[in-house]
Structures are given as structure tokens and as C-alpha cells.
Design a protein around this ligand. Structure first.
Ligand SMILES: [Fe+2]
Ligand SMILES: [Fe+2]
Length: 191
């Protein structure tokens, strides 16, 4: 891929589509993913690109996400139909493909699964998933712990992150996305 061109185009798209706050988050995720990639032997430019793209559709309303998903043949499950915002990753991956010409499957996967996680997610997807949780704008004791874990072991960091968000969701009586549960089990955690 023409990396510089894609990185610039992805940043411009993020700038155009997102509020200042979300754009700043996006830039921090991109840098964090890039740093984690360097630590874990992954391609930093790909990690940065996926970070720039991950929340591209996060401020697009649910109806529009459902419409784009239908137009582009993105599969939509019951959980996503009930809470279309869950589609912002899968739809962003489609937009990245069609509007920016991103073809790298690992980058597209990282964007697609960053909200829920997924069974079999690759190393780049793990890095972006956890970068979203530990970027410098996130605060708290638990985040600090997760940062330490992410520097050492991406799978373990994603497992911890999923386990904790699943129990948080359950405590509040909300539905846990089946993909998150499957991802946690795949990573060797109990859900
Ligand atoms: Fe997101
Ligand atoms: Fe995000």
C-alpha cells in the first residue's frame, strides 16, 4: 500500500467526519496502536492507519449506519439491529475500502472488530482494540494496569479488557454482545 498517502487520507477523513474531541481520541489511538505495534513486532504504519480509521463512523447516526450496512452487504446481527452504533466499526471498514482504497485485510479487520472483539482476531486487531482502551486520554487505576499488560502481552490485555467490560455490562443488566463473549472465550477467559 502507498502508506503515506493512505495515512494522510485517513487523517483527513477523520478530521472531516469527527468532532474535535473524537478526532483527538482518534489521533491518540493511532499513536498508541503504532507504539504497541513497535513493541510487538507488528507493522507500525498499519497499526496507525487502523487507529485513524477505527472511529470514522462513530458520529454517524444509527439509521444511516444500518442503511450503509444494507447497501454494502455488511452482515447485521440482532444485537447490532437493536443497537446500530455497534456497526460503526464494520461500516468504517467498508468506507475505508470503498472511499480510501484500503485493501489490507489486517487493517480492515482491526477496524471492523474494534468495538466487540471477535474470535480469531489477528495481532493488529488486538493492538488496535487495546489502544482504544489505553490511549493517554483514558484515566483510572485499572487503565494503568491494562497499559502495563498491553506492553507485555496483547492477548492478555484484550482478555482482561473484555472480561472487565462484560462484567460491567452484566452488572448493569445490559445485554453483552455475543461476539464479545466469544472473543473472551477464544482468548481463554471465562464469560
Ligand atoms: Fe469505536
Ligand atoms: Fe475509539
Amino acid at each position: 500500500m502507498n502508506e503515506n498517502f493512505l495515512l494522510e487520507a485517513a487523517e483527513a477523513h477523520a478530521r472531516e467526519r469527527l468532532s474535535d474531541k473524537r478526532y483527538d481520541h482518534t489521533m491518540r489511538v493511532a499513536r498508541t496502536a503504532e507504539r504497541l505495534a513497535g513493541l510487538h513486532g507488528l507493522d507500525p504504519a498499519k497499526a496507525c492507519l487502523a487507529g485513524l480509521l477505527h472511529d470514522l463512523m462513530r458520529e454517524t447516526d444509527g439509521k444511516k449506519l444500518l442503511r450503509i450496512a444494507a447497501e454494502r452487504g455488511v452482515p447485521v446481527d440482532d444485537a447490532e439491529r437493536g443497537k446500530p452504533m455497534l456497526l460503526h466499526g464494520p461500516v468504517a471498514a467498508e468506507v475505508a475500502k470503498s472511499e480510501l482504497g484500503v485493501r489490507d485485510e489486517a487493517v480492515l479487520e482491526a477496524v471492523r472488530v474494534h468495538t466487540t472483539g471477535a474470535t480469531g482476531m489477528g495481532p493488529l486487531a488486538l493492538a488496535v482494540f487495546v489502544a482504544d482502551k489505553i490511549e493517554p486520554g483514558r484515566e483510572g487505576e485499572w487503565v494503568e494496569e491494562l497499559r502495563g499488560l498491553a506492553d507485555k502481552d496483547l492477548r492478555e490485555a484484550v482478555r482482561e479488557s473484555l472480561a472487565s467490560s462484560i462484567s460491567y455490562t452484566e452488572e448493569r443488566g445490559r445485554a453483552v454482545h455475543p461476539k464479545s463473549r466469544e472473543a473472551l472465550e477464544w482468548l481463554g477467559g471465562k464469560s
